[in-house]
Design a protein around this ligand. Sequence first.
Ligand code: UDP
Length: 244
Amino acid sequence: MVAMKESNQPKYRRILLKLSGEALGGESGVGIRPEAVQDMAEQIREVRDLGVQVVLVVGGGNIFRGQRGSERGIERATGDYMGMLATVINALALQDALEKLGVATRVQSAITMAQVAETFIRRRAVRHLEKGRVVIFGGGTGNPYFSTDTAAALRANEIGAEVILKATKVDGIYDSDPKKNRKAKRYSQITYLDALRQQLKVMDSTAFSLCMDNKMPIIVFDLFRPHNLKRVVMGEKVGTLVTG
Ligand code: UDP
């Protein structure tokens, strides 16, 4: 897919936005805060209104993480399935907020649950996008021991997204933790290899190698600043671009 040339046109035609579960929990990052979900939905509508095809992959860390469960005695695979179900709850929350803003959506789940979501079918997802619907992927990859970042990397490649936009609470990738080091430097662009060499944790290793092997660009940016998603989509230098 080619990026459009005119500066008043979006740079991307099809994007995959990865939202962590924590983003839905607002300040505390726990549970679901309707105001936080609403803010996100408004930013998503803004880019949808530009004609950009939008896919969302949502995490579940605001509700449950398999790893944390297993530290407390829950079998890892069971905990992971609990985490995947949590992502579907988040997907429904986002769907509700988007539809209230008049944005047509479909939720597709990697775990079959016909009453609440369509099952993930790649061609059907692409068709929804072509019709202008925002497609929300819940259920991660459908497999334990994976993450929703890996689901994002996988789905972005499958449905032909041009870029993964990873929404975080910081405005990009730094050479050290900006919360601990006031002199930490933000990269505006970095290669996959340099990010690996410097052990900058952009995503978990499975997700990251999927992106690197398939040359899928990643932009890490702060979604909590108003209109930031639109700025990224319009090609402004926001956050950090990870590329080959
Ligand atoms: N999970 C999983 N397989 C997947 C995606 C997610 O087992 O393909 C589980 C895993 O336990 C994870 C939880 O779902 O901890 C929530 O997802 P994640 O931690 O990626 O959410 P985020 O950190 O983005 O909120």
